[in-house]
Design a binder for this molecule. Structure first.
Ligand code: FUB
Length: 325
């Protein structure tokens, strides 16, 4: 039996995507991208995703209406940002809420920025500069049981991850292909106040069932973008989008920085090119928040966030979701 709100657009008055969901103070908060209507052709660099601000959504519970809490942060208020405020996440630490977001600087290079608030819905006050040494997109933050803050991030193609393979930004860097090893997402420990990384960012390894790192050609399983980390039974579960093949997959590890072993598929493709998810436990049950393009009838940069129940077995195995069944 599905809930009334399940697998339906949570809000319809604005387009939203990339939902990072959390429970703060017993209430559900969703940190999404705020898609904008633009009559531009799609391209592989994601130039059609021209988002300019963030609105935080909240729900008193899974059956309650989803509320738009208004403008939480605008690109006009962030000195280093040029354009394209993409998929954010948020975390709570030491009495403050931190919004972590990717955006292009004024030279067109993606970095991760941070902004802080006393309340989960914002508004957020941004730091003047991006997190030093950060690049690419799609930050997801895990505050581990011991209080350490870990940041997972990175996206291929328009997310620019391949362009940093030499250690500095070079748009001419060839993309891994064929038997080349696939690029895993980035991992770094974050300072509690999000001012800096405490460790040198590194790529995470995703291995196949024989312990071999996934190859670039393995597009059904290799990492593309949208990392998320949840813990279950003491293990770490890295989930992510495969981009070109449109799956949400997951891999299991014993440590927050891997290595991770590929386990399976969480969700089959949705209407639209992208989906991007988060996994959160609410009242003892697990839920997947994600987006598709139902609200706009398939326009790839006009998306809507949804949620659905996630069935996780006692050994951590996740049942595959068929989003329109
Ligand atoms: O929303 C812009 C980009 O589309 C995100 O950063 C990706 O994860 C994809 O959803």
């Amino acid at each position: 039996m599905r809930r009334e709100n399940e697998r339906k657009p949570l809000v319809k008055h604005i387009y939203t995507a990339d939902p990072s969901a959390h429970v703060f103070d017993g209430k559900i908060y969703i940190y999404p991208s705020h898609d904008v209507e633009r009559d531009v052709p799609d391209d592989d660099d994601g130039d059609q995703y021209m988002m300019q601000d963030y609105h935080i959504l909240s729900m008193d519970n899974l059956d309650a209406p989803c509320v738009d809490n208004g403008l939480a942060l605008s690109q006009d208020d962030v000195p280093w940002v040029g354009q394209q405020m993409w998929a954010p996440d948020a975390y709570y630490k030491n009495g403050k809420y931190y919004l972590i977001f990717p955006a292009k600087d004024k030279e067109g290079v993606f970095h991760l920025g941070a902004a802080v608030s006393d309340v989960p819905q914002g508004p957020f006050t941004p730091y003047d500069n991006y997190i030093p040494g950060s690049y690419s997109i799609d930050p997801a933050v895990l505050v581990d049981d011991d209080g350490r803050v870990y940041c997972y991030y990175g996206g291929l193609w328009g997310g620019q991850l391949e362009m940093w393979q030499t250690g500095h930004y070079d748009p001419a860097t060839p993309r891994p292909a064929g038997d080349d090893l696939a690029l895993g997402p980035m991992f770094a420990e974050l300072a509690e106040d999000a001012t800096k990384f405490l460790t040198t960012p590194k790529h995470l390894e995703i291995l196949d069932e024989n312990g071999a790192p996934l190859k670039a050609s393995d597009e059904d399983r290799r990492y593309f973008e949208g990392p998320w980390m949840h813990k279950f039974g003491g293990k770490y579960y890295l989930s992510y989008s495969t981009g070109t093949t449109h799956y949400i997959c997951y891999a299991e590890g014993d440590r927050p920085d891997g290595p991770f072993t590929y386990k399976g598929r969480i969700m089959e493709p949705v209407l639209g090119w992208t989906t991007h998810h988060s996994i959160v436990q609410i009242d003892g049950e697990w839920y997947l928040f994600y987006h598709d393009c139902e609200l706009s009838g398939g326009v790839t940069h006009e998306r809507c966030v949804k949620y659905t129940k996630l069935n996780i077995a006692a050994d951590g195995t996740i049942e595959t979701i068929h989003p329109y069944d």
